[in-house]
Design a protein around this ligand. Structure first.
Ligand SMILES: Cc1ncc(COP(=O)(O)O)c(C=O)c1O
Length: 399
């Protein structure tokens, strides 16, 4: 019996929050001020420095970051924004909320699950104003090609870097190559603040607009108003309350310092998976060829051999102590985005008939995300690989 044979309970996702984060949060609690202030500013400065950017704006979620990006870029009702269907719904919903039409593009291939620049080109219309690129699972999308295309057509580029904090490319870190980069620090992300998001922008004016809109476009900070007892303020534009807390920033600063080591560890897990899954017949392992490219290794998706019942495989794995997930059910097949909402005729008209995405649809029912996080052991990954191989063999035999 090898170590992989003993029953384990593997967590699907986990974080590295521990004693240091606890102490940082306690210090904030004792400080007497919990809303955005000095910790937030320090986290922004540290994140920006690590990303090689001038500055950054910390907000309350990745969705808030994308929402502020759409608003700061001046996207308006009737505009179209091309984005991957194989992503979380945030980019689509922040557009749809404003009557901006999300137009869904295909992935490159079964090996590369990031959005295809060629498909983006196919979907351009005179109403296209912007493109969202998502670095799926922490692997770089072809953002340089998309930026070149955007320059030719006068479009703006948003990088949804929710999966890819501080991943280096020849042209800079992911999130700094397009016009605006948006990050998420949700509980399962590589760097977590519980909830939180970050915005980077190439143009300082864009970032200062994001900073202002994060807090109602009100002049001055709420802390200085509270401290001075000032009753007057002015509002020069629309905004929202997307401010983060000092507590989140305190966690983020510690998490940022841990990110590099956590990433190296995730890379070891990925290498183990790639080695141990390579022998399973007809199992697709996207991005397996990208051995030398920096990646955040946020997710580890596999493509089940065609014809398998994914839910039955998932049940078998669950019984063996291996939880799995799916990233993502394609957005263009979701009820709202498939038919358009009753109140959004523009959305229905603009999306109808443009929605056959052959590569995305070919992988949709075969995708399975395996456990991946910085607390996983390489022997856990070996265990998962054995259990997946067994589940496939059992299903194949029983089918
Ligand atoms: C690709 C992607 N975009 C956007 C988001 C939204 O981030 P948040 O959950 O912090 O709002 C997430 C995470 O959930 C995501 O995975």
């Amino acid at each position: 019996m090898g170590p992989e044979d003993t029953r384990r309970n593997v967590a699907f996702a986990d974080n590295t929050v521990g004693q240091e984060e606890t102490e940082a949060v306690l210090a904030v609690l004792r400080s007497g001020w919990l809303s955005a202030d000095r910790e937030v500013r320090s986290f922004e400065e540290e994140f920006a420095a690590a990303a090689g950017a001038e500055d950054s704006v910390f907000v309350s979620s990745g969705t808030a970051a994308l929402h502020l990006a759409v608003l700061a870029l001046g996207l308006r009702p009737g505009d179209e924004v091309i984005m991957p269907s194989l992503s979380f719904v945030s980019a689509a919903e922040v557009c749809a909320l404003h009557g901006i039409t999300p137009v869904f593009a295909d992935i490159v291939s079964e090996e590369d699950l990031t959005v295809s620049a060629a498909d983006i080109e196919r979907l351009l219309t005179p109403r296209t104003r912007a493109v969202v690129v998502m670095h799926y699972g922490g692997h770089a999308a072809g953002v340089e090609d998309v930026v070149a295309l955007a320059e030719r057509h006068g479009l703006r580029v948003i990088e949804d870097s929710a999966h890819a904090p501080l991943v280096r490319r020849p042209g800079g870190m992911l999130g700094t190559i397009g016009d605006i980069g948006c990050f998420s620090f949700f509980a399962t992300k590589n760097l977590t603040t519980g909830e939180g998001g970050m915005v980077l922008a190439r143009q300082p004016e864009l970032l200062s607009q994001v900073r202002s809109m994060r807090s109602h476009s009100i002049d001055g900070s709420s802390r200085s108003r509270t401290a001075s007892g000032s009753a007057g303020y002015d509002i020069a534009s629309v905004g929202l309350n997307y401010r983060p807390t000092e507590l989140a920033a305190a966690i983020g600063r510690v998490q940022l310092a841990k990110l590099h080591n956590d990433r190296v560890h995730r890379g070891r897990i990925v290498a183990t998976y790639r080695r141990d899954l390579a022998h399973i017949p007809d199992l697709g392992v996207p991005f397996a060829g990208r051995t030398d490219e920096p990646a955040a290794h946020h997710l580890f998706p596999v493509l089940l051999p065609p014809g398998h019942d994914r839910e039955r495989i998932r049940d078998r794995l669950r019984s063996a102590g291996v939880p799995t997930s799916v990233h993502y059910p394609p957005t263009h097949l979701m009820t709202y985005y498939r038919h358009g909402a009753p109140e959004a005729d523009g959305l229905r008209d603009a999306t109808a008939g443009r929605e056959h995405l052959p590569h995305t649809e070919a992988v949709a029912d075969r995708m399975l995300s395996l456990p991946l996080h910085a607390k996983l052991d390489t022997s856990d990954a070996a265990y998962v690989a054995v259990r997946l191989s067994e589940a496939l063999a059992a299903e194949g035999a029983g089918a």
